[in-house]
Design a protein around this ligand. Structure first.
Ligand code: ADP
Length: 266
């Protein structure tokens, strides 16, 4: 255990030198902030998005002086996810230390009773990315972690996986995120067999532009209900991902870390 091997030094606990980290949905927004956070403490980064985020990768390499490569893959395509993880694994000699299943789609679906908005096709569209896509990533990274007898898997859930904000109408998103929280717990227990950890993070409202499509009246009503009175900056959420990726959290598995400015406690 790295924590006990040396004299306790908290400044080293959060370093990721020599670690390889894959982050899905990292072309922009929260995923990109997580990538930058990990790069700033020395990790090798694989940026993964629907469209290959080539430009972001060279920006991160240049800014932090780390190796940062990019891949393009739709997480809802099971076969392509399998091939992509296999390819990354080969490229890094089987060594992937950290995997963040972060890609997702947020969607204000409208009432479940209104089939013009929420038909079966749209339900499955959200589930295919926000839940099935996470599952495809988990099962393939699990094989890599098992071979290495180590690893940290972090799933991006949402506070909407535990609570329902009003007005809402995003049942498929909420249901998928709720399932992600319990998927993380289930896999946490299973993955102890090979010394790997699995946790989820539930961000609250985030200032990344993801909710820009919503009417401003709805967004400002939500903000007024946040005890801290504002949305999070992506950096404030990304640092929670650093805790779960690093040696600071070697005894933390199966937890759902809520980072929401107090929203879900009132
Ligand atoms: P947030 O504000 O939480 O960061 P974003 O919508 O900005 O949310 O980020 C979600 C990321 O996930 C985006 O970069 C988006 O391109 C990516 N993404 C969405 N769907 C898929 C998918 N099917 N496969 C891979 N990446 C995806």
């Amino acid at each position: 255990n790295d924590i006990r091997a040396t004299k306790f030094d908290a400044s080293k606990l959060f370093r990721l030198d020599g670690k390889v980290a894959v982050i899905t949905g990292s072309g922009r927004g929260l995923g990109r902030a997580i990538a930058e956070c990990y790069a700033s403490v020395g990790a090798t980064i694989i940026l993964w998005d629907y469209d290959k985020p080539t430009e972001a990768a060279s920006e991160i390499s240049e800014k932090y002086g780390v190796n940062c490569v990019s891949v393009g893959c739709d997480v809802s395509n099971s076969k392509h996810v399998e091939e992509t993880i296999e390819k990354i694994s080969q490229q890094f000699n089987g060594k992937i230390d950290i995997f963040v299943a972060n890609a997702g789609v947020a969607w204000q679906s409208g009432s479940i009773l209104n089939s013009e908005n929420l038909d079966d096709k749209n339900w499955h569209r959200v589930m295919n990315v926000d839940l099935n896509g996470v599952y495809y990533c988990c099962k393939n990274i699990g094989k890599v972690f098992k071979a290495n007898n180590s690893g940290s898997l972090i799933i991006t859930a949402s506070m909407s996986g535990s609570i329902v904000n009003v007005p809402n109408y995003q049942a498929p998103y909420n249901a998928a995120k709720s399932a992600c929280i319990h998927l993380a717990k289930s896999l946490a227990v299973e993955f102890t067999e090979f010394n790997a950890r699995v946790n989820s993070i539930s961000p609250g409202y985030l200032d990344t532009g993801l909710s820009d499509f919503l009417p401003i009246e709805i967004r400002s009503r939500w903000w007024s209900l946040i005890p801290m009175g504002r949305e999070a900056f992506p950096e404030e959420i990304a640092s929670a991902y650093l805790y779960l990726a690093s040696n600071a959290s070697t005894y933390t598995t199966g937890t759902n870390l809520v980072v929401d400015g107090g929203y879900s406690v009132v």
